[in-house]
Design a protein around this ligand. Structure first.
Ligand SMILES: [Zn+2]
Length: 57
């Protein structure tokens, strides 16, 4: 299971097995690219949980 977040304002997408890491990366992205501050809970609300099936590493 991985956690994934797609930015609503651009094509940015981040996926990680650590939800905390996704939150951090999204917050960094929003700040750097969009000059926006997003709350941790807002990020978590937008996170999708995706099954990463065995696609060859
Ligand atoms: Zn973006």
């Amino acid at each position: 299971m991985a956690h994934q977040y797609s930015c609503s304002a651009c094509d940015f997408m981040v996926r990680s097995e650590s939800e905390d890491e996704v939150v951090e990366l999204v917050q960094n992205h929003a700040g750097e690219k969009h000059d926006m501050t997003v709350g941790e809970n807002d990020v978590r609300d937008g996170i999708e949980n995706v099954d990463v099936t065995a696609d060859a590493g």
